[in-house]
Ligand binder design. Structure first.
Ligand SMILES: CC(C)(COP(=O)(O)OP(=O)(O)OC[C@H]1O[C@@H](n2cnc3c(N)ncnc32)[C@H](O)[C@@H]1OP(=O)(O)O)[C@@H](O)C(=O)NCCC(=O)NCCS
Length: 230
């Protein structure tokens, strides 16, 4: 199953929005994706695969329509183009809030998700590392910030333990449903960000043992057994 991580382009945004709708309650209008890609074309990344066999079992999103010649055409928002399926993305931007204009250049991770079948393969980490390097290298960001739900154990592990973000504060009722957010920040050091300098493995840092059984139970309780793919 070949997986590619590459820069996101305007051709990817329908698939990115589709993945976002599948994976997160925080959703955005198409123009917001366009704004990211057109304003900061180097900062967002996608993971794609050509593994058609796995995907044919999961065709619930496929819609049929008829083209101008009367032929039936399959429209599938998971495919960027025939044979290339989007399985994850990171949407990143520079902070362009005019009220924070006096701050040093800094970036923001707007959204990150990986389709369920492809989780726990290191894709989110790779997407994030690409975005962090691009933020520093291309746009000169000195630090990057993001928000994460307090209950989102997977994302918290990724940001805090794997990528070494620090928790700055808790923002009360940050999300529409009233959940609090951790506001997180990471200083961007170009030497640490270079791909050749990654360290990842048992000798890296102390690793918290994941409890796959309770993760699965948590997912089942949240989403119902019929909606869980392992
Ligand atoms: C959070 C998410 C992006 C992680 O994607 P992923 O590709 O599975 O993550 P990775 O495989 O790169 O894992 C990165 C680290 O997180 C850990 N991790 C991943 N899922 C985990 C889980 N459910 N519980 C605990 N830790 C988890 C991995 O073990 C790995 O840790 P390590 O560096 O110590 O080995 C994915 O679960 C997802 O899309 N969730 C829904 C959307 C979402 O929550 N997005 C983030 C919004 S802020």
């Amino acid at each position: 199953m070949p997986i590619t991580i590459r820069r996101a382009t305007i051709d990817d945004i329908i698939c990115m929005q589709n993945a976002n709708l599948h994976n997160l309650p925080e959703n955005y209008m198409m123009k917001y994706y366009m704004y990211h890609i057109l304003s900061w074309p180097e900062l967002s990344f996608v993971a794609t695969t050509t593994d058609i066999e796995v995907e044919s079992a999961d065709s619930s999103d496929t819609l049929d329509c008829t083209d101008s010649s009367g032929n039936t055409v399959k429209l599938d928002p998971t495919y960027v183009r025939p044979g290339e399926k989007l399985i994850g993305y990171v949407l990143a931007k520079m902070n362009d809030d005019p009220e924070q204009a006096s701050e040093p250049a800094n970036g923001h991770i707007t959204s990150l998700s990986v389709m369920r079948t492809y989780r726990r393969m290191g894709l989110a980490e790779k997407l994030m590392r690409q975005a962090l390097l691009a933020l520093r290298e291309v746009n000169g960001a000195t630090y990057v910030s993001l928000h994460v739900r307090q209950s989102n154990r997977a994302a918290l592990h990724l940001y805090r333990d794997t990528l070494k973000f620090e928790v700055l504060s808790i923002e009360k009722s940050y999300y529409q449903d009233g959940e609090d957010a951790y506001s997180m920040k990471k200083m961007l050091d170009i030497d640490q960000l270079r791909i050749a300098n990654y360290t990842h493995g048992p000798n890296d840092t102390q690793h918290e043992e994941d409890d796959l059984k309770s993760d699965l139970l948590e997912d089942i309780l949240k989403e119902g057994i019929d909606n869980i793919t392992v």
